[in-house]
Design a protein around this ligand. Structure first.
Ligand code: C5P
Length: 220
């Protein structure tokens, strides 16, 4: 482990999308590449943190020097987070699917010739960030959530911070024209009880380094 201000601190990071099965060969996913969460885990480790990196099926490889836990679904991610606690800080950068397919099929669904399409039913997934933020016992000292929004970014993110009970929300605009989702840059605002800090458009690595530094400051 690297030497640095986070030496001796355990930080958990979730990252990437989740995959929610429809049947054994099909799933519902989202466009998260895992790039920002991976960069954050790398930056935290570089500052000496003992990092547990819980990742869905991402496009990018996990960083070295962290403990990697690979999951597919939101429910698996929640179990992995619960198993990784306690932590000094937790960063929830994953794009967790809000819903899973409740009537997922155990075998591959087939066309039956009737011309009728199957109907998927959805059930809400557990909100991992809200669950950890609202822990009565063993809550990490610092809980950081992300808010990927396409409209009214700051207002929605501020409301989200309150609703979920996390300490900071890192808000970003993921409208397609920003090129942020799947891209190498990010433009974020960090919302805390101190108000909103607007960061310039930076590389995802620079955002990660800045955030890791801020986390080290908060845990000091
Ligand atoms: O509500 P929304 O999905 O926009 O909130 C985003 C934040 O909540 C992210 O930090 C994400 O990792 C987290 N989240 C979660 N579990 C869910 C949904 C979102 O941890 N089921």
């Amino acid at each position: 482990l690297a030497d640095g201000p986070l030496k001796g601190k355990h930080v958990l990071v979730t990252s990437g999308p989740t995959h929610e099965p429809i049947d054994p060969v099909r799933y519902i996913a989202n466009r998260s590449s895992g790039a920002q969460g991976t960069a954050i885990a790398r930056s935290l480790a570089a500052l000496g943190a003992d990092v547990t990196f819980i990742t869905g099926p991402a496009d990018v490889s996990p960083p070295s020097g962290v403990k990697v836990v690979k999951v597919q679904t939101a429910r698996e991610m929640k179990d992995a987070v619960d198993a990784a606690l306690p932590a000094d800080a937790a960063v929830f950068a994953a794009a967790v699917a809000d819903w899973r397919v409740e009537n997922a099929s155990g075998s591959k669904m087939k066309k039956d010739g009737s011309g009728k399409a199957p109907a998927l039913e959805f059930a809400e997934n557990p909100d991992i960030l809200a669950g950890v933020s609202q822990l009565k016992k063993g809550r990490p000292k610092l809980v950081v959530g992300f808010a990927a929004e396409t409209d009214d970014v700051e207002a929605n993110a501020t409301a989200k911070r309150k609703r979920k009970g996390c300490d900071w929300i890192v808000a970003n605009d993921v409208s397609p024209e920003t090129g942020i989702m799947g891209g190498s840059e990010n433009a974020v605002s960090v919302i805390s009880d101190q108000g909103t800090e607007v960061w310039p458009r930076l590389s995802k690595d620079q955002v990660a380094a800045k955030l890791a530094k801020r986390i080290a400051g908060a845990l000091a």
